[in-house]
Design a protein around this ligand. Structure first.
Ligand code: MG
Length: 398
């Protein structure tokens, strides 16, 4: 028979030995990995951290068929006349571009000028496919030349370098005038080249460089630019110098006098980096502190939805203290923990054994909280549960 001892009134109110069955969280265990610190708002393996957003992946392109972009991609050109309206002339007069749509591709009409997107954006994953004219004309920089201008400022070169040498820093997939590609992975003229770019613009605070910005490029799946630092807007003949960029700019494609074709152009905006207010990565102590306060508040809001005084609510409130201190929460947890320890201490050996899992869970929580300096190592309920665990022969060490 399992007879529960008479409880002090406060403990009766707590109903803390009755699990509520609340199961909102199934993504990990609290009181587990290393706690948050000065520059990391999250614990290791933190179950409170948001799940990655769902993106339905697309399909890869073939020579004949452009692939399908991922579900969250912003389409800039999909082969239709309508999507050409997302582009305009970059000439002084502006207005609609004179580039044409032919066979599902937008094609440069020589001497019509650059095109640019009406939309402006900054950091991104960008996908572009281009094909040089089948009829090979010219050499070096004169053969199938165009360019992908990130934010209209940094050119990732488009050039038919299939059996066509040129200066290395002007090669296809070079950051023009800055850094040659690590390989020539081009297909023959007329075939589509699949270009994937990860672009991070330079970030400054006044004159201070917070992040120089980087360009990573894959050409037909081959890594050709590996986090290449940006050295300012690219240019011809002149060495460029780093400078601050605006937050956004248009994507431009170059008219270099060759009828280069483009298809399947899309991008995915990237989240801000830690240096510009992002909340992943190594953060400043101020940002970390603010983020930890926000996480603590969110956990306390969740705790408020749990049965008042339940074991589960105590643990959830205790969890919040790992992120940010709060005197009232701390007092409440301590009160509940003392009451809990009192109840457990009074249990018969048989009743205690039935609650082994719960008592062990709470002991681990109290030990974690002490290790994280939320409570002192001499925290009363922790000591009590340690004694109980020891005398019951529940040795955690295997
Ligand atoms: Mg070019």
């Amino acid at each position: 028979m399992n007879i529960r001892p008479a409880l002090p009134p406060i403990v009766c109110l707590l109903s803390m030995l009755v699990p509520t069955g609340h199961s909102a969280v199934s993504t990990g265990t609290p009181f587990y990995g290393d706690p948050p610190d000065q520059t990391h708002p999250w614990a290791i393996h933190d179950r409170n951290r948001a799940q990655p957003k769902l993106v339905v992946p697309g399909t890869f392109s073939t020579a004949a068929q452009p692939g399908k972009p991922p579900s969250d991609a912003i389409i800039l050109f999909d082969g239709t006349d309508a999507s050409l309206d997302k582009w305009e002339s970059d000439s002084k007069e502006g207005g609609p571009t004179k580039w044409i749509v032919r066979d599902g591709a937008m094609e440069c009409v020589p001497k019509s000028g650059y095109v640019k997107t009406r939309e402006q954006f900054g950091d991104c994953q960008l996908h572009v496919e281009w094909a040089a004219p089948v009829a090979v004309k010219g050499d070096s920089q004169g053969r199938g030349n165009s360019g992908i201008f990130l934010m209209g400022l940094v050119e990732v070169q488009v050039l038919d370098n299939y059996n066509n040498p040129t200066y290395a820093d002007g090669f296809a997939a070079s950051v023009y005038g800055v850094n040659p590609p690590m390989a020539n992975a081009l297909r023959a003229p007329g075939e589509y080249q699949m270009i994937d770019i990860i672009f991070r613009r330079p970030v400054y605070d006044g004159d201070k460089v917070l992040d120089p910005g980087y360009v990573t490029v894959f050409c037909n799946g081959v890594l050709v630019q590996d986090h290449t630092p940006i050295e300012g807007p690219t240019g011809h003949m002149k060495r460029t110098v780093p400078k601050a960029f605006p937050a956004k700019g248009p994507l431009k494609l170059q008219d270099h006098g060759n009828p280069v074709r483009f298809r399947n152009i899309w991008y995915r905006p990237l989240p801000p980096r830690a240096v510009e207010g992002g909340t992943d990565g190594i953060l400043s102590t101020d940002v970390t502190k603010a983020k930890r306060a926000g996480i603590a508040a969110s956990i306390r809001a969740d705790a408020a939805t749990l049965a008042a005084g339940s074991n589960e609510q105590m643990l959830r409130l205790a969890e919040s203290l790992v992120y940010a201190p709060d005197t009232a929460t701390s007092r409440k947890v301590e009160q509940l923990a003392i009451a809990y320890a009192t109840v457990v201490k009074a249990l018969s050996a048989a009743a205690l054994e039935e609650r082994k899992a719960e008592v062990t869970q709470n002991l681990r929580a109290f030990q974690y909280l002490a290790k994280a300096n939320v409570f002192p190592m001499t925290f009363g309920p922790k000591i009590t549960l340690e004694q109980i665990s020891k005398s019951a022969g529940w040795d955690d060490k295997k």
